[in-house]
Write a new protein. Structure first.
Length: 478
């Protein structure tokens, strides 16, 4: 597989396997906007595929050796692509360079001033907040996000400015390929159990990412999250010493902790928005600053403070960036309103880790008023359910009632004995009103029978549960 720093001519006519994926489609979009002749394949048609075609990208549905053009200069893959993929096999037989998605993204950031956003949770939201606010200020950033802002294909942009904002994925250690000027670490928890066996491995991986920050660059890191504090302790001193007369790394902490460099003084929820007050250090302008975050929940407010700190570290005036952050109104699948029918609001949530489930349910609870919070939850991955199923069940106890679907396998094969029952049993033990439903097509009718005017319904999970929102609305309307 080709290393980082690949020759630019390899990207002249690239072929993406799995081009419709969130990370892959963004890179393909930027390359197409830069003038490359991009092609690729995906397992099914989708709005994202149509958005790529509108940019002149050739997309084949299904995977076959014949889809790989005779003049392809490279094949781009993600860690989700199996070794026996027909197009990957054809590339090997023809000697076409195979480039990992992370290497392609690293190459796109060459010559820019990158901000890389890392963490177990909140990466997509924080990256999106920066992309939207910097665009609002007229700085014309480039960006690559693991989700769409408001429409399919809005996960990436090739801008004329010097800033490049990228989501940095730790799941397969691909964030080790990036060399950001500013890196954000929102939190550090054990996840992605197929690739990490322990918290020690997670910490080592994040340390490697921190060591990739450019000389004189900045690490923005949570002062509140235990895993992030542990990481800060590990890197402080070893990487912040004086090297040839220049500071190797500046560390800026943010959060509600009294010792944070950017200290959060107050987060006041106003329905489905929040008002945040922070105290800035002198290095970032000093004084108190209050601004609005247009999405609900304490965790989203803290993501906005991380974005504010990173932008200011790069030289954007904090008092200009703060109001621009209010122009971010959400990203697809991150507490995204899908509509209202019969007095019932349906919202879509990507939450699939216990911490994310709890945070989104607490955020929605704050804006639900007297209504109930009903959840349709689809577990994601057998490995994650095996390790965290009990905690998922505990988190679902925050809802008034939950319906749990079968596990969405994604790239994994079934694991004997690992089913949604792990989650359902744990939820019941914690007093939850929880129901198992194996037939996905029965959900709209089931929810229509449960929901009352004023209730909030969350479709929750990283799989295709998102498709149920419109179906639930249609059933409520009928």
């Amino acid at each position: 597989m080709a290393p980082a720093g690949f020759a630019s001519d390899a990207m002249a006519r690239p072929h993406f396997i799995g081009i419709g994926g969130a990370g892959m489609s963004g890179i393909a979009k930027i390359l197409a906007m830069r003038g490359s002749r991009v092609a690729g394949s995906d397992s099914k048609d989708s709005p994202t595929v149509e958005a790529l075609r509108a940019l002149g990208v050739t997309v084949h549905i299904g995977h076959a050796a014949g889809h790989l053009a005779a003049d392809a200069t490279s094949v781009v893959v993600s860690s989700a692509i199996r070794a026996d993929n027909a197009e990957l096999t054809a590339a090997a037989e023809r000697g076409i360079p195979v480039i990992h998605r992370s290497d392609a993204l690293a190459g796109l950031m060459d010559g820019a001033r990158p901000i890389a956003v890392a963490g177990t949770h909140g990466k997509t939201t924080t990256t999106s907040m920066l992309a939207v606010s910097l665009t609002t200020l007229g700085l014309d950033p480039s960006y690559a996000i693991g989700g769409d802002l408001d429409a399919p294909g809005s996960n990436a942009q090739y801008g004329g400015g010097e800033i490049f904002v990228a989501e940095a994925d730790e799941s397969d250690r691909s964030f080790h390929k990036y060399a950001p000027e500013v890196a954000i670490i929102l939190n550090v928890e054990l996840d992605h159990h197929a690739n990490y066996a322990s918290m020690e491995e997670i910490h080592e991986s994040f340390q490697t990412f921190v060591e990739r920050i450019r000389p004189g660059g900045t690490l923005v890191v949570s002062a509140d999250h235990p895993g992030a504090r542990e990481l800060t302790g590990r890197v402080t001193g070893r990487l912040t010493g004086d090297v040839t007369g220049q500071e190797r790394l500046r560390v800026l902490t943010y959060g509600e902790d009294p010792g944070a460099d950017v200290r959060v003084l107050d987060i006041a929820q106003r329905g489905l928005t929040s008002e945040v007050t922070v105290l800035l250090p002198d290095a970032l302008g000093g004084g108190e600053l209050t601004f609005t975050v247009s999405v609900p929940g304490r965790h989203y407010a803290l993501n906005a403070v991380a974005a504010l700190t990173a932008g200011a570290a790069l030289g954007v005036r904090a008092r200009e960036l703060a109001p621009a952050l209010g122009s971010y109104t959400g990203v697809r699948r991150r507490l995204q309103p899908k509509g209202v029918a019969a007095g019932v609001q349906v919202i879509d949530s990507y939450a699939h880790h216990p911490t994310e489930i709890s945070a989104d349910l607490e955020a929605i609870r704050g804006g639900a008023g007297d209504g109930r919070v009903l959840v349709v939850f689809q577990p994601h991955l057998f490995s994650r359910t095996r390790e965290l199923g009990v905690e998922m069940g505990q988190a679902l106890a925050l809802a008034d009632a939950s319906v749990v679907l079968d596990i969405y396998p994604a790239r994994e094969d079934p694991v004997p004995g690992i089913t949604s029952a792990l989650i359902i049993d744990a939820a019941a033990r914690h007093g939850a009103d929880v129901t198992a439903e194996h037939d996905r097509t029965a959900i709209p009718e089931l929810i229509a029978g449960m929901a009352k005017p004023g209730d909030l319904v969350l479709t929750m999970g990283a799989g295709d549960v998102t498709d149920l929102g419109p179906e639930i609305l249609a059933r409520l309307e009928s």
